[in-house]
Design a protein around this ligand. Structure first.
Ligand code: XMP
Length: 537
């Protein structure tokens, strides 16, 4: 099934607001803010034809854009948007699009306006324009980031707000529910931005705030059952991370043992991780789990390899090979047991990845690289099932808590597919992996004891391929170096190093040097991303 159809299936279950994306760096924030008030929304590229839409939105938001409306090749919305008779809100470039379609005049601001502005409001309490600014004081602080501005609003539009530099910072049609604002309500710097978006989706579009994770569970389980049918079987890789676990539990609840989870032990997982994942998923959560111990195969292939990209490729390809072999075995047994053939592959794709792949790419759009060990496994000829593809990470965590997944797992830091192999710099040998594992275990243990685990987005210990001189007792030592990494980040695309309290660092360093054989020095990484990355390799 095409991704747009899957999205439409979900959109048809809820009152949905459609966000048409013109490539602004803030577009995904509009989606976040609206979801936060419990209203479901879908982001689609601005080039979406209305005739091809597979669901009926209750309102449409036109986003900002890195383009100027006067640019040659600037993107434009399908004019049919204005014939749907549903509320429309244009933000920044979206306002210029409204003017362009309804007969206003837009111009270029002499200097790009970027930063705070005071918005003075004048919406009439008995007029529908008031609804957008209900409960918003005047003046209010708003965030501006634009080059274009409105020179003359279209006919029949009224001014409802202005700033020192923008006479038409907020306008609305005098009778139709069409609104345009020059500022960005989705950015938290716009103090009342969330209220404005809430007013639009609930007060104006009259959406029911029914998007909650508890409503999602039942609807998603129903959707999975319909999709897979009464006999179909699904296979999926699990890692012990929150995404794959939440996806697996949903599948288990939807189709029971017709969902087969596979945990590939690649030999570079964390200390005792394989046993712990098995215990949680199979023993506690009742998931039909197969553990494929391929650690020797992986470590054998990694022997002598020091190049980070080669390590990644070897692990990615070996993973696919092992997973496919396991899948064939499970398929055979499943057919013999009358449980049906494996037709579907489960993936824990999240909404930010979906947004990234479908959002409109403007001239200044950054290209993000994606890491996915499993890839799409195209040659397996399986159909994809992605129960989390409409969710943000915090929604997945909320869902995990509702599905009785242990709190420890729900809040687990991300762990890369290539595992400790990209945290052991240089050659990955079993003994090097063991040193990194033990140091990492102590590090995370102390972070948890200090109550800092949730404040930190990701932390781990890396083993450096250098030796340094030390002294232990009366003995000279010549041993390896552990580097500790801890970062704070919202999206993992940029990150700040975490200011770890000195007392905590002292305890960690002391324990690692005393308890991990082969290490005589511990360093703390104080580099942010960019220019560093979160992982060392
Ligand atoms: P970098 O090192 O690029 O990492 O700053 C950003 C985030 O991505 C994770 N990461 C990976 N995750 N497979 C994964 O599943 C990979 O190959 C991979 N490489 C990096 C990293 O742990 C961090 O959260």
């Amino acid at each position: 099934m095409a991704p747009a159809e899957v999205a439409a299936q979900v959109a048809n279950m809820y009152d949905t607001v459609l966000i048409l994306d013109f490539g602004s760096q803030y577009s995904h924030l509009i989606t976040r803010r609206i979801r936060e008030v419990g209203v479901y929304c879908e982001l689609l590229p601005c080039t979406q034809r209305i005739a091809d839409l597979k669901f009926k939105p209750k309102g449409i938001i036109l986003s900002g854009s890195p383009f100027s409306i006067t640019d040659e090749g600037a993107p434009h919305v399908d004019p049919e948007v204005f014939n749907l008779g549903i509320p429309i809100l244009g933000i920044c470039y979206g306002l210029q699009e409204i003017a362009r379609n309804l007969g206003g005049e837009t111009g270029l601001t002499v200097r790009r306006e970027y930063g705070f502005a005071e918005l003075n409001l004048d919406p009439q309490a008995d007029h529908h324009s008031y609804k957008l600014f209900q409960d918003v004081p005047s003046p209010t602080h708003v965030w501006m980031s634009h080059g274009d501005h409105l020179e003359k609003p279209p006919k029949d539009f009224v001014i409802i707000g202005s700033t020192d530099t923008s006479a038409y910072a907020a306008v609305s049609h005098s009778t139709l529910p069409i609104y345009g604002i020059q500022f960005h309500p989705e950015v938290t710097h716009s103090v009342d931005g969330a209220v404005i978006l809430r007013n639009f989706v609930i007060g104006i579009c009259e959406c029911e705030a029914s998007w909650t994770m508890s409503s999602f569970i039942d609807k998603e389980i129903e959707r999975i059952r319909t999709l897979v049918g009464p006999t179909g079987a699904v296979i999926g890789a699990v890692s012990g991370g929150v995404d794959s676990t939440v996806a697996a539990v949903l599948m288990k609840r939807a189709i029971g043992d017709r969902f087969h989870a596979v945990l590939v032990d690649n030999g570079v997982m964390r200390l005792n991780e394989c046993e712990q994942v098995k215990q949680t998923l199979a023993d506690n959560l009742g998931i039909n789990l197969t553990v494929a111990d391929a650690s020797e195969l992986f470590l054998g292939r990694l022997k002598g390899v020091t190049d980070p990209e080669k390590k990644r490729k070897i692990i990615g390809n070996t993973f696919i090979e092992v997973f496919e072999a396991e899948s064939h075995k499970i398929d055979e047994v499943s057919r013999q047991d009358g449980l049906g053939a494996i037709e579907w592959l489960l993936q824990g794709t999240l909404y930010p990845d979906v947004i990234e792949s479908i959002s409109f790419k403007g001239p200044s759009a950054t290209i993000k690289s994606h890491h996915n060990v499993g890839g799409l496994l195209e040659d397996m000829r399986l159909k994809l099932i992605e129960p989390l593809r409409e969710l943000f990470k915090d929604e997945v965590r909320a869902l995990g808590a509702l599905l009785d997944i242990p709190e420890d797992l729900v809040w687990r830091h991300p762990f890369p597919g290539p595992g400790i192999a990209i945290r052991v710099l240089g050659e990955v040998t079993p003994s090097q992996v063991e040193i990194a594992r033990r140091a990492d275990h102590i590090y995370i243990d102390e972070i948890k004891k200090a109550g800092l685990y949730r404040q930190i987005s990701q932390a781990y210990a890396a083993l450096l391929p250098v030796r340094s001189v030390g002294v232990m007792g009366d003995q000279r030592t010549y041993e390896q170096v552990i580097a500790l990494r801890a970062v704070e980040t919202r999206d993992f695309m940029t990150a700040d190093w975490f200011p770890m309290p000195v007392e905590v660092l002292k305890r960690i360093s002391n324990r690692i040097i005393n308890e991990v054989h082969g290490v005589n020095r511990v360093l703390y990484d104080v580099s942010s991303k960019p220019p560093s990355t979160i992982e060392f390799e």
